[in-house]
Design a binder for this molecule. Structure first.
Ligand code: HEM
Length: 753
């Protein structure tokens, strides 16, 4: 698919919406599994495997040593019409073991049984020690050429297109944990450049908990579940986390971000990404600059409310994964611009007094604007999650010529850690040959043998210098495109286990972040600290963290202390005199709403022609309409995607009411507990609950026709962000304008300035 296609519903979805909606068996919203609709009867006529779905991508077909094979990607998957063993022998039966008679014991000679069970026994590989829960997609990166003056990296050249694979993740949870937990998100990008793979292993938060990699096991041990009971899963609201961050105060800045809305993103598509560390770029003339990498999402930065995040943890633990894949399938391709903040490469490695080697510090964008250097579009979902998302292996040391590391002590430790852990996770040293990890540049290393070696190396001399293989491989010169380590001067100094003095400031930028927030964002931060510390058992830990907050801001400290029922302590260091950075706030702009979900409540007496027109308008706007009906199947000719029993407000970005459904037969607490949450004899109580929750979560709500009566019944008519009109399309147009601001912020009155 051409990634430059506008982010609108893709052809097959639009066609389905326009022509096939009467066929209830044809799913017309994204998410249906399989590339062809199943038949009711089991298929029995042999045929080749079905092709992947149109939006699915797969690793390029390269040799283990990086050469394009020209083989179609489908050749990597299963072949032929018939079931076979792993050796390709056709099988007649996979449902019965080979036995000595129908009632006899199973025979050891049943190779198929043993092969099938043995392989199954080893299907799981160890999950990542951090960032275990993740999801990924394929895409393309296009350089703008604007970085050509500062780096010779070829993938940033004007118009140059480079395939990429991106993996988003949470940090703390296990592989099966919920997507919407409060946590930092990983944002790791593999650029398959012609000059060797570049991995930008980034997070959605621009600072880190620690300044030195030697502390990484400590922060992760503190954040992971308690080792005795393995509780709680995937969250920081527990004693060991707060014990560590309140004692190791360099963590306070990152912790502030984690207590902000940034830690509960609405979607992976709506997150910024940050390389965190300062990197060094080198251009063709050998000149260097220092830079920080930023990803800027086209859709803006948006978050869930804390209540939505908690509800989704139960309702749809795969919320972010589903959102990413459904958006790509609907043609609403997620987009980011890659940008760099550029700083002179001075011996001090500071900018505006900020130490560029300290990964707990940002450089505000107001001091060093982010300059766009290229565009990323994600346009393919994986064909096989395990082969691609689980087996992908990133490394901050995978750098093409033109990009080099700095002495940031956190980055230096990372350069060791990733390969080390992947040796175990991926079962040996040859994981670079797994299809998703294969470089797109020719590989001629002297690494040999080992578990799972896929390359068939020729020659006799995997060493240098040699004469027996004619001297190959030869060292490349700078003119041959060799990676050159920038010869940075290392100051003469004693060997120490110590930080620079500039690393001692632990509170000023936490204060900068707090002061940059809008009132509603400050309320959310107060609530998050109060919630998390309220979950700790030990008062000493709460008191110690309040002392840290006192050094950040007295209002924040006092409000959290009130919530905890504790006195607010006095600061122990002078409050930093810092200028806010408006760029850090998420509230106040307007953004496209591509790929958002629109819940439409219908019943058989609704204006169904109007609903059909509305659905087409929603698809046409690059969003996904989900019909919520009293029962499954169809309403008129329209397929219902949710019922009042299966749907919940947190699945929708906006709610539109096309009718005022009377209570359905299952609207009784014995059948659906939600039915007991409101009392109405005229409108189904689950519909009133939908309205109540959407209102409380500051989502736009619209109604026309009979639907207007629901607004009255729910007592929300005429309140901010609640619109009515003569038709569904008119109401949708008004709601779209509200969606541009993400939420109806007026519904969240703030008590702090
Ligand atoms: C700025 C700081 C850091 C950032 C932005 C960061 C980011 C990430 C990301 C995004 C992943 C997930 C990669 C994937 O999707 O497969 C990851 C994994 C990992 N990180 Fe970090 N990390 C940071 C610091 C560290 C440090 C200091 C260490 C160790 C000293 C470390 C060790 C690991 C390990 C072991 C994994 C699992 C890798 C695997 O199993 O493939 N990280 N990190």
């Amino acid at each position: 698919m051409d990634p430059s296609t506008p982010a609108k519903a893709v052809k097959h979805v639009v066609e389905a919406a326009a022509g096939k909606v009467a066929d209830a068996l044809t799913p017309d919203v994204p998410g249906a599994p399989g590339s062809a609709p199943p038949t009711v009867e089991e298929p029995t006529t042999p045929h080749d495997p079905l092709p992947p779905k149109p939006e699915q991508g797969t690793p390029d077909t390269r040799t283990p040593t990086g050469v394009a094979t020209g083989v179609p990607p489908i050749a990597k998957g299963q072949q032929g019409a018939y079931l076979t063993t792993a050796q390709g022998a056709r099988l007649r039966d996979t449902d019965h073991s080979l036995k000595a008679g129908p009632r006899g014991p199973v025979l050891l000679q049943d190779h198929h049984l043993r092969e099938k069970i043995t392989h199954f026994d080893h299907e799981r590989i160890p999950e990542r020690v951090v960032h275990a829960r993740g999801t990924g997609a394929h895409g393309v990166f296009t350089g703008y050429g604007s970085a050509e003056g500062v780096t010779k990296a070829g993938f940033l050249a004007k118009g140059k297109e480079t395939p990429v694979f991106v993996r988003f993740s949470t940090v703390l949870g296990s592989r099966g944990s919920a997507d919407t937990v409060r946590d930092t998100r990983g944002f790791a990008t593999k650029f398959y450049t012609d000059e060797g793979t570049f991995d930008l292993v980034a997070n959605n938060i621009p600072v880190f908990f620690i300044q030195d990699a030697i502390k990484f096991p400590d922060i992760i041990h503190a954040g992971k579940p308690h080792p005795d009971r393995e509780i709680p899963q995937a969250q920081s609201a527990h004693d060991t986390f707060w014990d560590f961050v309140s004692l190791h105060t360099e963590a306070q800045h990152h912790t502030m971000w984690n207590m902000s809305d940034r830690a509960v993103p609405r979607s992976y598509r709506m997150m910024e990404g940050f390389g965190v560390h300062t990197f060094r770029l080198v251009n063709a003339a050998g000149e260097t600059v220092l830079v920080k990498f930023h990803w800027k999402p086209k859709l803006g930065v948006h978050s869930l409310t804390w209540e939505e995040a908690q509800m989704l943890g139960g309702m749809d633990p795969d919320f972010h994964r589903r959102d990413l894949y459904d958006a790509i399938e609907a043609g609403a391709f997620p987009e980011w611009e890659l940008g760099i903040q550029v700083f002179p490469d001075t011996p001090e490695e500071t900018f505006a007094g900020i130490d560029l080697l300290d990964p707990t510090k940002i450089v505000p964008e107001e001091l060093a604007p982010v300059q766009p250097v290229g565009r990323l579009v994600l346009n393919r979902t994986p064909t096989n999650f395990f082969a691609e998302v689980e087996q992908v292996a990133f490394h901050p040391g995978h750098l093409p010529p033109g990009i080099d590391v700095t002495n940031d002590p956190l980055l230096q430790g990372r350069l060791f850690s990733y390969v080390d852990t992947q040796l175990t996770r991926l079962g040996g040293p040859n994981f670079a040959q797994i299809p998703i990890n294969r470089p797109h540049a020719p590989v001629n290393d002297m690494l040999r043998d080992g578990f799972h070696q896929h390359a068939v190396h020729a020659g006799v001399a995997p060493y240098r210098p040699n004469s027996l293989d004619g001297g190959n491989p030869f060292p490349a010169g700078v003119d041959d495109g060799a990676f050159v380590d920038v010869p940075v001067t290392v100051a003469e100094a004693p060997k120490v286990r110590a930080n620079p003095v500039s690393f001692d400031d632990h509170f000023s930028q936490a204060r900068l972040f707090w002061l940059s927030m809008s009132p509603v964002e400050k309320e959310h931060i107060i609530r998050a600290y109060t919630f998390e510390l309220g979950k700790c058992y030990h008062q000493a830990i709460r008191e110690r963290q309040l002392r840290c907050l006192a050094n950040i801001d007295p209002v924040l400290c006092a409000e959290v202390a009130t919530g905890l029922g504790l006195p607010a302590p006095q600061p122990t260091v002078p409050l930093a005199d810092v200028a806010p950075s408006p760029a850090l706030s998420q509230v106040g702009g307007e953004w496209p709403a591509d790929g958002r979900t629109v819940g439409i409540v219908v019943d058989p007496t609704s204006d169904l022609d109007g609903v059909d027109q509305l659905r087409r308008a929603v698809f046409g706007a690059g969003m996904v309409p989900l019909l919520v009906a009293p029962h499954g199947g169809t309403v008129g000719d329209l397929p219902a995607q949710r019922t009042f029993a299966t749907g919940r407000s947190v699945e929708f970005d906006v709610l539109l009411l096309a009718g005022a459904p009377t209570p359905a037969p299952d609207a009784i607490p014995a059948r659906d507990a939600k039915a007991g949450a409101a009392d109405s004899v005229t409108v189904d109580p689950r519909v009133l609950l939908l309205v109540e929750e959407c209102w409380r979560h500051a989502k736009a709500i619209g109604a026309w026709g009979d639907g207007v009566a629901v607004l009255r019944e729910a007592r929300v008519s005429g309140t901010p962000g609640v619109v009515t009109g003569d038709s569904g399309t008119e109401v949708f147009a008004a709601v779209q304008r509200l969606m541009a601001a993400h939420r109806v912020w007026e519904r969240f009155p703030a008590s702090v300035a």
